[in-house]
Design a binder for this molecule. Structure first.
Ligand code: FER
Length: 254
């Protein structure tokens, strides 16, 4: 897995910009690239995080540089928050409830708002969702609830909790079966999942067990699923930026 070139964390001359999109008592942040874009990624923070977790200078500068040097096609990126404004309990159990409900908020509020601001509605082939940790759990819920909205899934160091908290680890086979059934019931067969984690990541045992069970169902997942494990990779945003440096160019391709 490639490392992020050191200069990429510094400001880029031709950078994009971030705007704040309000809905009700909540908001999402929208990154607009410096060049015209026809694709969009919804990127979800981890437990305890918020809209700013991914949208910090190190990450946004990296994306600016990737686009400026041509290694990444321009894309919009949306950073919402899955917690309600008054939520105080950000432990996994209550975060698990919030992320299960979140695809509906994406569908009803955030996607119309963000794509209105971008000035276009994106085809599902040009719409991706990804996230870190609980945001990865949210990504799997989007697969189960919203395959009509997204083709591209990027769960980073988070497993699917359809069978309960850390269910990818406790019930890997049943989780893989639930995902297969969800795909079948939603009638979509053109999606792609790129799962990533690190060997020292606290979520590794859960995501790894789940992905192994999915790989054992090649008729369903086969080449639609790819999986990368970074040797020594840990459960933090800096490591996630590196995963995204490697994975963003793979979105919307093939
Ligand atoms: C996992 C997925 C999410 C996991 C932990 C989390 C340990 C989230 C933890 C948190 O928000 O504190 O597989 O495994």
């Amino acid at each position: 897995m490639l490392s992020i070139p050191s200069g990429f964390t510094q400001p880029c001359e031709n950078g994009g910009w971030v705007s704040r999109l309000e809905y009700g008592r909540k908001f999402a942040l929208l990154y607009t690239p410096a060049k015209p874009a026809d694709r969009i990624l919804y990127l979800i923070h981890g437990g305890g995080g918020d809209q700013h977790a991914f949208f910090c200078p190190a990450f946004l500068n990296m994306v600016d540089h990737m686009i400026a040097c041509g290694m990444l096609q321009p894309l919009y990126i949306v950073s919402p928050c899955f917690y309600s404004p008054e939520e105080k309990d950000k432990r996994p159990a209550s975060s698990g409830v919030a992320v299960k409900a979140f695809p509906r908020e994406l569908r009803e509020e955030i996607i119309p708002l963000a794509e209105g601001a971008a000035g276009m509605a994106f085809d599902r082939e040009r719409r991706a969702i990804g996230g870190f940790s609980m945001g990865g759990v949210a990504t799997w819920y989007a697969f189960i609830q919203a395959l009509d909205l997204f083709c591209w899934f990027l769960p980073l160091s988070g497993d699917c909790w359809a069978l309960g908290e850390k269910g990818g680890g406790t019930h890997p086979v049943e989780t893989a079966e639930a995902l297969a059934l969800a795909a079948k019931e939603q009638g979509a067969a053109d999606w792609r999942i790129h799962a990533m984690t690190g060997s020292q990541d606290i979520a590794f045992p859960n995501l790894d067990a789940q992905v192994r069970a999915m790989e054992a169902m090649p008729d369903v997942f086969g080449k639609r699923l790819s999986y990368e494990v970074l040797e020594g990779g840990v459960h933090d945003y800096e490591t996630m930026f590196r995963y995204l440096f490697n994975a963003l160019p793979l979105l919307f391709v093939g």
